[in-house]
Ligand binder design. Structure first.
Ligand SMILES: [Zn+2]
Length: 218
């Protein structure tokens, strides 16, 4: 009895924690994977998490290990806001130009930094610049990481306008993943319209399955 009650209480707490401030569409006809790379930071993470929460969105945050180590409270804030946390290397190098030992260091140190910060042990890895090769995939496998590239590039890193970022999200179909970043001001500004556009199409923000690499129900 006591155990059941505790589990129930834990479930209720989690449900309350992740209840979006704005109601999502009643029916999810499909799920998309929103991803935000290159954080966390004191400068950008709080505002991004607020915007996502206020608009009922959950996302995958591909953190750099060096920033997870520098801003552990922001890693915890991401997890507390219901986000999923992935590995985006430690220092964001062009990994395909590095040795297997260097790749190993980049991935393993990031796993440790995110876990030490309280973000759990990532199961998803996004290579910087989307650059990968067979050696890197071997290292990913060693750490149980599923490589996630993207279906749609929002171009937010390349100065895309708010309109362009919203339109890129409008191209997403069920299961697909979009590349965004935590630092562009236009990305932050686009969040409410991204949420409205997805809701209008019956799509919901999902988690990325480590098994399939596709967006699925949270
Ligand atoms: Zn990046």
């Amino acid at each position: 009895m006591r155990r059941t009650a505790l589990l129930l209480a834990a479930g209720l707490t989690a449900a309350t924690m992740f209840t979006p401030a704005v109601a999502q569409a009643a029916t999810c006809n499909g799920y998309v994977g929103l991803t935000f790379d290159d954080g966390p930071s004191d400068a950008h993470t709080p505002a991004l998490l607020n915007a996502l929460r206020q608009n009922g969105l959950r996302a995958t945050m591909f953190n750099e290990g060096q920033y997870a180590a520098a801003y552990p409270a922001q890693v915890r804030a991401e997890a507390a806001a219901g986000m999923w946390i992935g590995n985006h290397s430690y220092t964001h190098p062009h990994l395909t130009q590095e040795s297997q030992a260097q790749m190993d260091s980049e991935l393993s140190r990031t796993q440790q930094a995110i876990a030490a910060a309280g973000g759990g042990t990532p199961k998803l890895f996004r290579p910087p610049y989307g650059e990968t090769n067979a050696t890197l995939r071997t290292v990913e496998a060693k750490y149980g990481l599923t490589q996630i590239i993207w279906d749609v590039d929002s171009q937010d890193w390349n100065g895309a306008s708010v309109d362009a970022i919203v339109q890129a999200n409008a191209r997403l179909t069920n299961g697909q993943i979009i590349l965004m970043h935590e630092w562009p001001a236009n990305t932050l500004a686009a969040i409410p319209r991204i949420a409205q556009g997805l809701a209008a199409r019956g799509l919901c923000a999902g988690r990325i399955s480590p098994q399939t690499g596709r967006a699925v129900a949270p």
